[in-house]
Design a protein around this ligand. Structure first.
Ligand code: FES
Length: 303
């Protein structure tokens, strides 16, 4: 279907228009390689070319299913916390090599931009933080839990495996980790950071009350911009992502993009605009207006 230049209606909702030509090209390239391999085998009267191309996949497909199926099966659905809908399971070194470290699957979903070869390191860092669920000790322990749960789901579709999570961090520790900009002044301005805190082309997250914001130092015009701190798609912290193409902020969770100067969505799956805020620099300090001016002494909610 892709080689014919077609994409299904659901695919059109998540493959950006700019990437559709690449999908078609890749499908045609694969077909051409397969066809050339078969022709090569026929002309050389040898099964070897076909064996080199088709045999590894045929032999390895069972492993793909064995490891792939336990990533999410039987767990909660429609939850944003990947610790509840994804499994990390220790596997032997050979399986880990074949599987490209995807056994660290919670970590992979939490930070999809971390390349596969750094997933063991990310796993160690997150485990040390004390907020991750206990990894499964083996595939056997996953299957022992998952198979009865899947059988139960055949008669009770609402049933799911609940993953026990560590208790949340104490309030005092959360406050310590936050970069709180304090309360806004009468005109809604807060001091977000010092001018030297954010290099051109970078961004910084800060908090005001229980709201998160991002401040950006643009690389193209050298000016400062500010937006809401959480993605409008799945509430991921945008500061955990990247500034790309000079004016876009890429969400770390599903790689959606916003223009941080206008807040406009620029790449699916994000569709809802990001709130933007006025900025000013005074005496080397970057200020963001997170709330409208108070009227008649009444405090307005800020967002
Ligand atoms: S949370 Fe999905 S793109 Fe940001």
């Amino acid at each position: 279907m892709h080689a014919r230049g077609e994409l299904s209606a659901p695919e059109r909702t998540f493959v950006p228009a700019s990437e559709r030509a690449a999908v078609v090209f890749q499908a045609r390239a694969f077909l051409a390689i397969y066809a050339a391999t078969v022709v090569w085998s026929l002309l050389s009267r040898s099964p070897l070319p076909c064996m080199f191309i088709f045999l590894p996949y045929s032999l390895g497909a069972w492993h793909f299913v064995l490891t792939g199926v336990f990533q999410h099966a039987s767990l909660e659905q429609d939850v944003l916390d990947h610790r509840l809908n994804t499994r990390t399971c220790y596997v032997n070194a050979i399986s880990g090599f074949i599987y490209w470290n995807m056994q660290y699957h919670v970590e992979h979903h939490m930070f999809p931009m971390v390349p596969y070869y750094n997933l063991p390191e990310l796993h160690a860092v997150l485990q040390a933080g004390g907020q991750m669920p206990e990894p499964y000790a083996s595939m056997w322990s996953v299957y022992r839990e998952m198979i009865p749960a899947l059988i139960k789901q055949t008669t009770d579709p609402d049933y799911c495996t609940k993953r026990p999570l560590p208790p949340p961090l104490p309030e005092a520790r959360v406050a310590e980790l936050r970069k709180d900009a304090g309360a806004p002044d009468a005109d809604g301005w807060v001091a977000a950071c010092d001018f030297g805190d954010v290099a051109p082309g970078d961004m910084l997250r800060f908090e005001v009350g229980n709201r998160s914001y991002n401040v950006y130092h643009a690389e193209d015009d050298g000016l400062w911009y500010a937006t809401a701190g959480k993605c409008t798609h799945g509430a991921a912290y945008l500061a955990d992502g990247l500034v790309v193409e000079k004016t876009l902020v890429e969400c770390p969770k599903h790689n959606g993009c916003f223009d941080f100067k206008t807040g406009l969505p620029k790449r699916l799956p994000v569709k809802t605009r990001l709130a933007t805020y006025a900025t000013k620099v005074e005496a080397g300090v970057v200020h963001v207006q997170v709330a409208p001016r108070r009227k008649g002494g009444r405090e307005l909610a800020y967002e």
